[in-house]
Unconditional design. Structure first.
Length: 372
């Protein structure tokens, strides 16, 4: 039976264990979207802490409508590409793989230096309030419905960003089709009310994620890792469920896997919870219907939880979020049987920046890793 400490093969790459750093928005890049030394030190600490693979925070993909937050890093320009090179190098030197998550903010956009206007599949306003800890204030505005030209621009943006990620030294990319951002919105019956080739029933709504995946695969080749993150809930509404239940989930997962993915990353509030009231979790459904590795994310804080998911073959890898923020050396602590620090929301107040996290740690004598 697989365990957390066991190595894992992802295509031609070897992960030293089954622990993956989940992607987490930190709004700490330069105003123009370039990565910086603070980000280098941040990601390096997780690699030194024993994580086998890191997935970056969502990086925006073009200089049109993809940026979702001010101070979000990008992979849209050559300067942004080059700014990531020392970050990637530091992660690799510490023994971890590094995957760049590619994201288009879509209707959930809160801050974009390139455009005041923002877009979505249809003119549907997201529910709730913008996220204050990412710099938002007040309700979301209603996006403009994307034109065919804007959809094609978005597809090409993902492709160009994937090339930039490869050239920066990343081991692969993850297409962000979860948590309510653009690719998820096109999958969503709530947000996608189009009656053209990009809308329709749930199978038809797969069109844009599939188009992005195929175009990215075309430009980066077969050797570069390409994954995708999926969820039911959104940042703006965590209660959403896929209407077609397990059968719809199976078709979604199988269709995407068959189109050339190297892994699926499934995130829920709790990775082990039944996906549709009862029965298997979303990750378990995926693992049983696709021939590619599945990463599970959501509520995994202990080694026992991780091993239980792995031993049931519900997942091949576990992605750790809040517990990793509290313990940048989470895998090493698990291996050593050391105690785990608890996650404190105050770490991300008033905004989820790296500077605020460091200030909180210094004020509370809470180092990110165990002292030697």
């Amino acid at each position: 039976m697989p365990r957390l400490a066991d190595p894992f093969a992802l295509k031609h790459l070897t992960l030293r264990n089954r622990a993956v750093l989940a992607p987490m928005t930190r709004v700490s890049a330069e105003p123009d979207g370039q990565a910086n030394e603070l980000m280098r030190d941040y990601y390096q600490s997780f690699a030194e802490g024993g994580f086998a693979m890191l997935i970056s925070e969502g990086t925006y993909t073009d200089t049109e409508y993809s940026q979702g937050y001010f101070n979000q890093p990008g992979l849209a320009t050559a300067a942004q590409r080059d700014s990531w090179k020392p970050v990637v190098e530091a992660v690799h030197e510490a023994g971890a793989l590094f995957i760049a998550q590619l994201m288009h903010g879509g209707a959930q956009t809160q801050g974009n230096i390139h455009h005041a206007r923002h877009v979505g599949p249809s003119a549907v306003q997201p529910a709730g309030q913008q996220l204050a800890f990412y710099g938002g204030e007040g309700p979301y505005s209603t996006p403009a419905e994307m034109s065919e030209e804007e959809i094609q621009q978005a597809i090409e943006g993902f492709a160009q960003a994937a090339l930039h990620a490869r050239d920066a030294g990343f081991d692969g990319v993850e297409l962000h089709a979860a948590n309510g951002y653009l690719l998820h919105e096109f999958l969503s019956v709530e947000f996608n009310q189009r009656n053209d080739r990009w809308g329709g029933d749930f199978k038809a709504r797969l069109a844009l994620p599939l188009a992005v995946l195929r175009r990215v695969r075309e430009v980066v080749g077969e050797r570069f890792v390409v994954g995708m993150r999926l969820s039911q809930g959104m940042v703006t509404d965590g209660r959403l469920k896929w209407d077609g239940g397990i059968e719809e989930a199976k078709i979604r997962f199988a269709t995407l896997a068959d189109a050339g993915l190297d892994y699926l990353h499934v995130t829920e509030y709790d990775a082990a919870q039944p996906a549709f009231g009862e029965g298997p979790s979303l990750a378990a459904i995926a693992s049983r219907c696709v021939p590619i590795p599945v990463i599970g994310n959501g509520g995994i804080t202990t080694g026992e939880q991780a091993d239980a998911l792995l031993e049931r073959d519900d997942v091949a890898l576990v992605a750790i979020g809040k517990a990793a923020l509290a313990n940048h050396d989470w895998p090493r602590r698990i291996e050593a049987g050391a105690g785990l620090a608890s996650f404190e929301q105050a770490m991300l107040q008033p905004m989820a920046t790296l500077t605020n996290e460091l200030a909180w740690r210094n004020a509370n004598d809470r180092p990110a890793t165990l002292r030697a």
